[in-house]
Design a protein around this ligand. Structure first.
Ligand SMILES: [Zn+2]
Length: 444
């Protein structure tokens, strides 16, 4: 087992350099059971002291899309059939290749089978209806799915937006990769946990930085711990695909279950000992290797982490209670909040010529946004200065946070919080409204 050093050490945000293992493996394709529940969050904006006004997401479906011509895009590792606009499709293909390289780099001892004549198959649709047709409406609450029996990954843009689609692809493409490279028999909690671990990876130009902890993950985890929604570890580790899927009927339990999988995998990879060294990572890797080599997953767990599952659960809960968001993930959320504000205000005919004017308006009006995802609701900060400051609380200068006037709907919002990375929010007229996407890039 070798640890791959990160090649993005010049970037100021924290990153996790871990190696996992890919593996060459074949197995009986299981049914299309690796399905996703991606809850769609709803956003509201508050205009105190007036009543809440529902904003932003209109979830009405369009009438069935006529079968668009699907173009074929051959990337390094994927054959993508898509009716998305070509610029977006090419960007997604590029990112998928980057993520694929990241999966193999992190799982370095296990080269996946490379058969150039059989690239991974991906169908990307603009409209949800076309996705529903492809999947025979079997996964209505999903934004994407990997179907092992067909070696096919499918996803759509409508309603989940570009950022949502990217995350879905990073997630589903991991399932597709893992099925071939690690084992078709990875236990569901581990498969979903790892898929979400990679889902949270942020692509910065041509670099992937994994190990991100977004604030929304912590909000979910805190709410689930408080409401005792976490599944006891002995049960969680033993969950079958069928048991996992049964839970999906209950959206709150589904959100908790997915997030618990993410948190456990993040814990196993990222938790450190008193010397700041990874505490469980090598054992986690050894467990994956054993599963790859055919060891029963629960036995593989016991070999690495003992039979004292309750003790392990206690360590996890201590860690989870103290978990903090990573800096990059925090900046991304802050900028998304500002972008939601800009969209909301634009819909009321309010636009700004510079960020200073925007900030004053927010300070004077007391605007706040209310977000809801299942039972987890949160409201943007009362003191909007948080969104106009770096993580140390220093107000951004006009050069650090500014509009750049070449957006198609609204000017792009660009933040250079420090270091080599900048965040760029781009706005699009899409899905019958204004949507925004986050581009993270190196400062040029
Ligand atoms: Zn999944």
């Amino acid at each position: 087992m070798s640890l791959v050093p990160p090649d993005y050490s010049g970037i100021s945000f924290d990153s996790v350099a871990q190696a996992f293992l890919p593996v060459t493996g074949r197995g009986t394709p299981r049914p299309d059971s690796v399905m996703e529940y991606h809850a769609r969050s709803q956003t509201r904006m508050s205009v105190p002291p007036i009543a809440w006004l529902i904003a932003v997401l209109v979830l009405g479906w369009h009438s069935p899309a006529s079968a668009q011509t699907m173009r074929v895009l051959n990337s390094q590792h994927y054959q993508i059939k898509t009716d998305l606009d070509s610029q977006l499709a090419e960007d997604l293909a590029r990112r998928m290749d980057l993520m694929y390289d990241e999966y193999t780099r992190r799982l370095v001892d296990f080269a996946p089978p490379t058969d150039a004549s059989k690239p991974f198959q991906v169908d990307l649709y603009a409209k949800r209806d076309d996705y529903m047709k492809l999947t025979s409406s079997r996964f209505p609450n999903t934004g994407g799915v990997f179907m092992p029996a067909r070696n096919l990954l499918a996803a759509f843009l409508e309603t989940q937006g570009r950022d949502g689609l990217r995350r879905t692809l990073q997630h589903e493409a991991f399932h597709q990769f893992a099925f071939t490279a690690i084992s078709p028999k990875i236990p569901v909690w581990l498969n979903e946990g790892l898929a979400q671990f990679f889902e949270e990876g942020v692509v910065i130009d041509n670099i992937v930085t994994v190990g991100q902890v977004p604030p929304r993950r912590i909000r979910q985890l805190d709410a689930d711990m408080k409401a005792h929604r976490l599944v006891p570890f002995d049960k969680f580790l033993a969950m079958t695909d069928q048991e996992w899927e049964t839970t999906l009927a209950d959206k709150n339990r589904a959100s908790a279950q997915y997030n618990q999988g993410w948190a456990m995998v993040h814990f196993l990879i990222s938790a450190t000992d008193l010397d700041g060294e990874p505490k469980y990572r090598s054992r986690f890797i050894a467990m994956l290797k054993a599963i790859h080599n055919g060891t029963d997953p629960q036995l593989a767990w016991q070999q690495q982490f003992s039979t004292n599952i309750k003790g392990f659960q206690d360590r996890f809960l201590e860690w989870a209670s103290a978990l903090q968001p990573t800096e990059l993930a925090l900046y991304i959320e802050h900028q998304d909040v500002l972008a939601d504000m800009l969209v909301e205000l634009k819909s009321r005919g309010v636009v700004f010529s510079d960020v200073g004017q925007f900030k004053s308006r927010l300070e004077n009006s007391g605007y706040r946004l209310q977000y809801e995802k299942g039972q987890v609701a949160w409201t943007s900060e009362r003191d909007v200065k948080v969104y106009f400051s770096d993580s140390a609380g220093r107000a951004f200068t006009p050069e650090q946070l500014q509009f750049e006037q070449h957006g198609e709907v609204l000017p792009e919002l660009v933040c250079r919080p420090g270091g080599r990375v900048q965040l760029r929010t781009r706005f699009h007229q899409e899905d019958g409204g204004i949507r925004h996407e986050m581009i993270v890039e190196l400062v040029k």
